[in-house]
Design a protein around this ligand. Structure first.
Ligand SMILES: Nc1ncnc2c1ncn2[C@@H]1O[C@H](COP(=O)(O)OP(=O)(O)OP(=O)(O)O)[C@@H](O)[C@H]1O
Ligand SMILES: [Mg+2]
Length: 601
């Protein structure tokens, strides 16, 4: 990729993902940057003119412009009469331009950092939005640490955009400068341009491959470090028990150490062009002097004039050229983190998501829920987790699910709750197949208590009223749900619902909060997946009572290993190896299960 296509391709890619308002801000920032670069150039020119006036005020006095001005405004003649006054007035121009340049610089600095933050916020927000609305099956196969790594890298995209704009605006200045100087001093400009452009090109070519390698190494090590950190944080209990702290620390240190060299190289790489270009500028002066003395045998006056001319040209050209090359180098080094983040973002944008329902549409389960030849295979799995399941659950009944570990109970429940769509076959509600569009509305009727509950950082009340999170919650309904879920750790009549939930709950307590959360929604379909496995018998009996109490009003599906849990059910489904073994009256199925699957051989 040559330098211009590196800028253009990356610019187009970032620009495309920005909303219209931010795209307008990009152009505004570009305009400000160009204005800043041009006023900076103009102030350098004005300073040169100012010093020339100090040396030779008569050049102003005798100029035709001054004479014309004196004819229009007679006061100008008064100034032209005294060279000191001329110097005083001419000094206003560089001062005004320097002030304007500084105003533009301040605006550019402010707008740039705002733009960087806003781009990162937009990309991060969109990544999280797509991530959270992805279907559950996508989450099963995707690594959440990749999303986390990309969230950390999103700032590179904003920085890259700013560097691209810096490079563009300075390219414009360099172009104007060269065109102007070439008219004025073609010989010196040509040699300056040749020397500096070849130095810039040589520096960039030398750095390019090293930057790519360092960028890839740093990004790779950083992604692995995030992975190790996520694993360490998630598995801290096991790490302490099995004393694996050192192993994790070693792994993390190994990755951070791998980052040191490439990151240090990347952080100085943008400064390298400044050093080489500056050295090249001085070398050019030395070559000119060498050439004038040895080849031309020039006198001191000519040498001094030429050196002054080269130094002045280099002084004007160097800052802008420097910025172009430094920005290009920075873009190259930011690519390693910005491009994978953009790729992840673009990849997410291509996936179909469960789009947010505009308003919760009314949905009712009136008669039955039917599994019609349902099969399911997990993404990337070689075999089906469920095969050809046919089963009818009439509204108001309670169904038990039994089967050995790995038989497919949770998979059945994931399909029943609308979390997973069948790979083949269909889920019918009152004879209507549940399309992806209808699943969100269907899920609003489901109360789901999973095997391992999730606790939100907040109060018990917020956890129970999870469906109303962020809105005013119904405290009386929270208490009622807590009572039905046999919650006995919130004081008399569940008074203490505002106590924090995270951290201080036992496994059984967390399960009961999760049961209360499901009951709070007053669901038409209540699903328990091993939801009472951590409860003592007394608590379980209370929950069972609540389930029995709502019989006829709501449909319940309960998966459990403990057979006594299933006593409340009307019928049961025995699953073995992902297929239906038998379906029938509860006691008949439990006996069959005990005989065929639990009895000692
Ligand atoms: N995310 C997944 N990716 C691939 N295969 C999976 C995934 N989750 C479960 N499986 C497989 O699907 C099959 C059924 O698993 P499921 O969790 O439904 O069993 P289960 O009956 O609920 O078991 P348990 O009683 O232990 O909870 C198992 O063979 C399991 O290995
Ligand atoms: Mg399970």
């Amino acid at each position: 990729m040559n330098r211009l296509s590196l800028l253009n391709a990356n610019f187009r890619r970032i620009y495309r993902v920005l909303p219209a308002g931010m795209q307008r801000s990009v152009w505004l920032l570009f305009f400000l940057m160009t204005a800043m670069a041009i006023t900076e150039l103009a102030s350098v020119m004005a300073l040169t003119a100012f010093f020339a006036t100090i040396n030779r005020p008569e050049s102003i006095i005798n100029s035709c412009y001054a004479k014309q001005a004196a004819e229009i405004w007679p006061e100008v003649r008064h100034i032209l009469d005294d060279p000191r006054r001329i110097i005083l007035w001419v000094s206003i121009l560089p001062i005004a331009l320097i002030a304007a340049k500084n105003v533009f610089s301040a605006l550019v600095a402010w707008k740039s950092s705002m733009m960087g933050e806003r781009v990162a916020m937009h990309i991060g927000g969109k990544i999280m939005q797509r991530f959270l609305y992805m279907p559950y099956s996508w989450h099963l196969s995707a690594q959440s640490s990749r999303a986390l790594t990309c969230m950390g890298w999103r700032f590179s995209i904003g920085s890259m955009l700013i560097q691209i704009l810096t490079a563009y605006s300075n390219l414009i200045t360099v172009g104007i400068l060269f065109a102007g100087l070439a008219c004025y001093e073609p010989g010196v400009t040509f040699s300056c341009v040749l020397m500096m452009a070849s130095t810039a090109f040589f520096t960039y070519s030398l750095l390019r491959k090293r930057i790519d390698r360092a960028g890839a190494d740093a990004a790779n090590a950083q992604a692995k470090e995030t992975d190790a950190n996520v694993t360490a944080i998630g598995g801290v209990r096991e790490i302490i028990i099995y004393q694996k702290q050192q192993r994790f620390l070693d792994a993390i240190r190994q990755y951070t150490q791998k980052c040191i060299r490439p990151r240090s190289f990347l952080s100085i790489s943008a400064t390298v062009p400044t050093w080489t270009l500056e050295s090249a500028g001085f070398m050019l002066i030395w070559f000119a002097v060498f050439y004038l003395i040895t080849v031309q045998d020039a006198g001191i006056a000519r040498i001094t004039a030429t050196v002054a001319l080269i130094a002045l040209t280099a002084w004007r050209v160097l800052p802008s050229l420097n910025r172009v090359v430094s920005a290009t180098v920075s873009i190259r080094s930011l690519q390693a983190t910005a491009l994978p983040c953009l790729e992840y973002f673009e990849g997410l944008a291509k996936e179909t998501t469960d789009d947010p329902p505009l308003a919760a549409p009314y949905f009712a389960i009136r008669k039955e829920i039917v599994f019609d030849h349902v099969s399911y295979r997990y993404p990337g799995a070689k075999e089906n987790a469920l095969t050809d399941i046919c089963c009818r659950i009439p509204v108001g009944t309670t169904l038990g699910l039994v089967g050995r570990s790995g038989a497919g109970k949770s998979t059945f429940i994931n399909i029943l709750s609308g979390l997973l769509a069948p790979t083949s076959g269909q889920l019918l509600v009152d004879g209507r197949p549940m399309t992806p569009e209808e699943l969100a509305a269907y899920r609003s009727q489901v109360g789901y208590v999973p095997q391992s509950p999730y606790m939100l950082k907040g109060s018990i009340a917020e956890n129970v009223a999870f469906r109303d999170w962020g809105q005013p919650l119904d405290e009386e309904r929270v208490r009622q749900a807590c009572r039905e879920a046999a919650i006995d750790f919130l004081g008399p009549d569940c008074k203490d619902i505002d106590r924090p939930a995270s951290g201080g709950l036992s496994g059984g307590q967390a399960q009961r909060v999760s049961i209360a959360r499901a009951l709070y929604t007053e669901p038409s379909l209540l699903i328990f997946d091993e939801a009472t496995s951590a409860l003592d018998q007394a608590s379980e009996n209370m929950v069972q009572e609540a389930v029995a109490h709502s019989k006829g009003k709501r449909t319940c599906v309960i998966a459990a290993h403990r057979l006594s849990t299933l006593e409340v059910c009307d019928s049961a489904l025995l699953i073995a190896g992902g297929k239906i073994d038998s379906f029938g009256e509860i006691h008949e199925i439990l006996n069959r299960y005990q005989m065929n699957y639990l009895a000692e051989p």
